[in-house]
Design a binder for this molecule. Structure first.
Ligand code: FES
Length: 106
């Protein structure tokens, strides 16, 4: 369900453990929502190197490693941390309203 200000409910608070991730599809785009120590962060779950499912990789701190060829991305900024990817992944706003985790999706 999309809110009037362009956010979509993607999970309930408590559903994603700290250090964990949930992948949802929004308009057929896979979006990974990570729960870090400082809150929730969302990126497009498509590696910019060759389309790998980034969120299936290993998360260390705020860096996720694509399981396909080892590119690393900062999940807070989408920035490339390690080759072979060279382009950042899109990031999306995340907020908590009541017990709903919402992603900005306009
Ligand atoms: S598809 Fe992600 S590193 Fe190649």
């Amino acid at each position: 369900m999309k809110t009037t200000d362009g956010f979509v409910n993607v999970a309930k608070v408590g559903e994603i453990v700290v250090g964990g991730v949930k992948v949802v599809r929004l308009d057929d785009v896979p979006v990974a929502i990570f729960h870090l120590d400082d809150g929730y962060h969302a990126i497009e779950d498509v590696c910019t190197h060759d389309g790998g499912p980034v969120a299936e990789g290993c998360l260390v701190g705020d860096v996720i490693e694509c399981p396909r060829h080892g590119a690393k991305f900062n999940v807070k900024t989408g920035a490339v941390v390690q080759f072979p990817a060279t382009a950042p992944v899109p990031v999306y706003a995340v907020r908590v309203v009541g017990d709903d985790i919402q992603v900005g999706w306009s």
